[in-house]
Design a protein around this ligand. Structure first.
Ligand code: SAH
Length: 445
């Protein structure tokens, strides 16, 4: 009889979407955090249900070839799920995941090797540390709102450790309180650090429910001023109950309001609220792959749909006749226009609105594209947009996706509506996590 507490020896055959190992125990899946495919493990059962079980890894009896030593000492942190899998195996896993979802939809095309990083550490340019009474500073545990104290994170820029330590020391010294979720009282909620890896400019945003005293804020400036690269120190006021990190109001405490970063020679201005790709080195890899597949000759009209702050649009504009960028969020469109100006790029226009509404409208007015790039959020493209793209028949359609499932769904639809899937390339934007980014190319069938 299976029951909690029982020790079992099982072989792991696959991984869940969250990166937990899956074995089969008496006909039902057994989920084991930290276990890898192709290994024999001893597991203590925690949960025994009719259709699944969950257990704790006790020891690895026969390790997978992919296993390596954990590179991080914060075992409870939920940030990275594939830490014990070596880099090469992670890249192959991501390729496999993509192949499998495509095949499940009956799609058959060459899938390139995952484009990975040679040094997959310190890759993030944005850190968001949560702060709780103590003060404790860190990240949330897997599947929970439990804080795990983390000073040094291997995927963040090394300078963030210093910012966190200094900010915590400042809170203690100046008796600045941390925000308490339960009572909705206290001040500091998050410490956010953004760094322009190419420019070396650093922005620190202290997110508070209520502002510390001016005296305390002056001390914070003194504490952080000497951090290498600090270019901007902002106070963000977020008094709202809930999980949203940033509030609507920003106050400049020191330095300037925007920092600048560059991608492939283009400059982008970053404010506390603006969306910006989190792994800039891999963003270049991703966009170059999108550019390669778009195969621009210089005379095309390009639609960049879901354009965010216009990063892909600006990449394409240097090699096309005209680019039209479309994005839902008004602030992102404002940033996109500012970025075009910052780079002196004029063959570009940005429209704010839903792609599934604006593209049909533009098409009805006779505006069409030779090449279309889409980069939708996780839920993929709306059918109304796909219908218009099928009518418009661009020569090339480059689909950038952060979710293989909705990608496969949309590609299958497009292949039934006179497009041909030529190839797909997975790109590793978030090493050590289960996240798979893909660039796919469709042509007119
Ligand atoms: N291409 C950009 C951003 C991609 S993220 C980059 O590489 O940085 C996806 C973007 O789609 C977000 O900016 C989001 O605001 C936007 N978005 C979400 N739904 C949309 C819709 N229906 N129409 C247009 N844009 C949308």
């Amino acid at each position: 009889m299976l029951k909690p507490g029982l020790l079992v020896s099982v072989s792991v055959h696959s991984l869940t979407e969250k990166g937990d190992g899956i074995a089969t125990l008496e006909g039902r899946p057994l989920y084991i955090e930290g276990a890898l495919p192709d290994e024999q493990v001893e597991v203590q059962l925690n949960l025994v249900k009719r259709n699944f079980c969950q257990g704790t890894l006790v020891r690895v009896l026969q390790p997978a070839a992919a296993r390596r030593e954990d590179f991080c000492r914060y075992t409870a942190c939920g940030g990275c799920q594939l830490r014990v899998m070596n880099d090469e195996a992670q890249l192959e896993l991501k390729r496999r995941l993509l192949v499998d979802v495509l095949q499940a939809k009956g799609l058959d095309c060459p899938v390139a090797n995952t484009l990975g990083m040679s040094e997959p550490f310190h890759y993030r340019n944005k850190a968001q540390y949560a702060v709780k009474p103590g003060p404790e500073v860190g990240f949330y545990a897997k599947h929970s709102h439990q804080l795990v104290e983390v000073d040094e994170c291997r995927v963040q820029a090394p300078v963030t450790t210093e910012v966190v330590q200094r900010t915590r020391a400042w809170m203690r010294r100046c008796a600045v309180s941390a925000y308490n979720e339960a009572t909705h009282s206290g001040s500091v909620r998050h410490i956010m650090v953004r760094d322009g890896i190419h420019s070396g400019e650093l922005m620190v945003v202290l997110v508070v429910a209520e502002s510390p005293s001016n005296e305390a804020l002056a001390q914070l400036v003194t504490e952080l001023e000497s951090v290498t690269g600090l270019a901007s120190l902002m106070l963000n006021i977020n008094a709202a109950v809930g999980n949203r990190v940033l509030g609507p109001e920003n106050r400049l405490l020191w330095g300037k309001e925007l920092i600048v970063d560059s991608l492939d020679g283009l400059e982008f201005a970053i404010s506390p609220l603006s969306f910006y790709q989190v792994n800039p080195r891999q963003t270049e890899v991703l966009y170059r792959e999108a550019m390669r597949l778009a195969k621009l000759q210089g005379n095309e009209v390009v639609f960049d749909l879901y354009c965010g702050i216009g990063t892909i649009s600006l990449f394409m504009a240097r090699h096309a006749r005209q680019v039209i960028g479309i994005e839902l969020v008004p602030e992102a469109i404002a940033d996109a226009r500012a970025n075009a100006e910052l780079n002196g790029i004029t063959n570009i226009e940005f429209h704010q609105g839903a792609a599934e509404q604006l593209v049909p409208r533009l098409y009805a007015e006779g505006v069409t594209a030779d090449v279309v790039v889409v980069d939708p959020p996780r839920k993929g493209c709306d059918t109304a947009l796909l219908v218009t793209l099928a009518e418009m028949q661009p020569r090339r359609l480059v689909y950038v996706s952060c979710n293989p499932k909705t990608l496969a769904r949309d590609l299958a639809w497009l292949c039934e509506h006179s497009f041909k899937l030529e190839q797909a390339t997975p790109v590793d934007m978030f090493p050590h996590t289960m996240h798979v980014e893909t660039v796919a190319l469709l042509t007119r069938a």
